[in-house]
Design a protein around this ligand. Sequence first.
Ligand SMILES: NC(=O)c1ccc[n+]([C@@H]2O[C@H](COP(=O)([O-])OP(=O)(O)OC[C@H]3O[C@@H](n4cnc5c(N)ncnc54)[C@H](OP(=O)(O)O)[C@@H]3O)[C@@H](O)[C@H]2O)c1
Length: 301
Amino acid sequence: MPWENVKLSSGHEMPSIAFGTWKLGNGDGPTDQVDQAISVGFSHVDTAQAYRNEKEAGQAIRESGLKRSEIFITTKYSGLNGLDIKTSIKNSLENLGVEYVDLYLIHHPRLAVPDIPTAWKEMEDIQTQGLVKSIGVSNFGVSDLAILMASAKVPPAANQILLHPYVYLTQSPIIAYAKSNNIAIEAYSALIPLTERPGGPVDTPVNEIAKKLNVAPEQVLLAWVKAKGAIAVTTSSKKDRLQRYLDAGDSLALATEDIAAIDAAGAIGTGFQASRKLGKTGAGVLIFAACISLALIGFRM
Ligand SMILES: NC(=O)c1ccc[n+]([C@@H]2O[C@H](COP(=O)([O-])OP(=O)(O)OC[C@H]3O[C@@H](n4cnc5c(N)ncnc54)[C@H](OP(=O)(O)O)[C@@H]3O)[C@@H](O)[C@H]2O)c1
């Protein structure tokens, strides 16, 4: 296994890199993509009701020939068709063609209806019934987590959040809360500096580190996720890129100064984003605050 397993608070182990099926659509496409990811060595598939391709992912998983215990399946309660958690998990299991999923997440706090404690109790019930091995959340902020923890019998095993260098600073309180409560952090869309914000401040350190280590920029960003102690939830349509993702966990450890350089550039990028709203002075204050905060948290979690 190129990326180590992470032990969740539920006692179960989870591979620390996942292949995600968002945006893959339906039909043969997603089945072929999941098949390709498994053939390269991915053993963790991340899907959701909302992605509407659980059936296709399940087909690829079943056709892979892997034993159920050899593949880790995450899916999410997305409130599809207004159905409740207990009905939705049964539909997801049927779609995937499995008897249990390894991790079931509430996709977003606004889907925790009528409120977080009531929705979480339903999650605990389906875990007790053996339909899911571990339960967790996604896109939960610190206040959402605090509400959940106040009534939970079973703490969330994971919180899957947006995490890339441009949002590291703003997401740091969630990461710190998760760390102190033994909640694994899963990072999605870590490659946004390459996919949606090319030309931003993070490009310089990422490209320099990539050149120095003779690796691809996406490998540097995934190694950065790993350095933050997070589980990477990523995707690619390309076999060679998927292989590079896996190789990044195997052999690519970033130096402390490399991580610090990415963090600092990300913090500056956070400021540039805000400058449109705050004007130059406000953005300057924010960048200064960002640098101080990074220094205080020691650049890494
Ligand atoms: N819980 C949630 O709310 C939530 C939200 C969003 C996503 N997710 C999960 O996270 C998974 C990944 O999300 P994401 O697609 O946003 O993740 P990502 O890992 O940030 O981006 C993956 C994309 O990056 C592209 N890429 C890789 N290296 C590149 C490079 N050097 N230059 C340009 N493009 C490059 C790949 O394109 P190619 O196909 O061309 O290689 C691929 O489409 C999803 O499938 C889903 O499972 C969860």
